[in-house]
Ligand binder design. Structure first.
Ligand code: 13P
Length: 253
């Protein structure tokens, strides 16, 4: 079945109201509406409201970078899935390696967040990926399998359409280094096989994104791989022209 490529920008802890990135992107996107790919930008929480208004009508979706497991309550500093819906998000990134490392998030918490987000009607971009030491010791597939099984909610009805998996090798994030296209396809094909074991034929429609130093110069080859259905882009998503140039290399459906 055809999976519509998803080009997702993760701005991480970058972006101020004064920046014109969102406006530039929205202008580019408005040029034509029938793109074969779907696009989502995930700015920091502080920009969600502003950005939501800027991109309204452009066809670009709004996403956040994390959420809590509860709807509301005494959780200082946290943001709930309901609040993300309220501000116009349709996506949330969960389990990013930077949250796993900076905030000690483990698979079971990530699964709980994913369940809460899906229950609130958000689509989830669930991140998994090995460190350099794990790759060097031949544990790439094993680590990705463990993270997938540990953090992916399998019982959700809408698992096929609302769940997106992003494979982000930790050593490729922000380093300018990437696995070879063959290595990326090997991990993605493995994840697809694991997904089939977990959720059956619904796995066929789950989009698998690659993330880690994706740039206009390497995106074409990566996006053309059979089990790659888009990208999760960090640094290059902070330059509207680069982000747009990556998106335009998505293969036609
Ligand atoms: P870079 O594209 O900056 O390597 O970041 C990838 C990433 O972590 C996206 O979530």
């Amino acid at each position: 079945m055809a999976r519509r490529p998803l080009i997702a920008g993760n701005w991480k802890m970058n972006g101020l109201l004064a920046d014109s990135l969102a406006d530039t992107l929205a202008t580019l996107m408005r040029k034509k509406q029938d793109w074969p790919f779907e696009m989502v930008v995930c700015p920091p929480f502080t920009l969600l409201h502003y950005l939501g208004k800027t991109i309204a009508g452009s066809g670009i979706a709004l996403g956040a970078q994390d959420c809590h497991i509860k709807e509301s309550g005494a959780h200082t500093g946290d943001i709930s899935p309901l609040m993300l819906k309220d501000v116009g998000c349709t996506y949330v990134i969960l389990g990013h390696s930077e949250r796993r490392m900076d905030h000690g998030e483990g698979d079971s918490l990530i699964m709980a967040k994913a369940k809460a987000a899906l229950a609130a009607g958000l689509k989830v971009i669930l991140c998994i990926g090995e460190t350099e030491a794990e790759r060097d010791s031949g544990k790439t597939l094993e680590v990705n399998q463990t993270q997938l099984k540990g953090s992916m909610p399998v019982e959700v009805e809408a698992a096929d359409t609302d769940l997106v998996i992003a494979y982000e090798p930790v050593w490729a994030i922000g380093t300018g280094r990437t696995p070879t296209d063959r290595e990326i396809q090997e991990v993605h094909a493995f994840i697809r096989k694991e997904l089939i074991a977990l959720i059956g034929t619904a796995a066929d429609s789950v989009r698998l994104l690659y993330g880690g130093s994706m740039k206009p110069g390497n995106a074409g080859g990566i996006l053309a791989l059979p089990d790659v259905d888009g990208g999760l882009i960090g640094g290059a998503s902070l330059k509207a022209e680069d982000f747009w140039a990556i998106a335009q290399q998505s293969p036609a459906l």
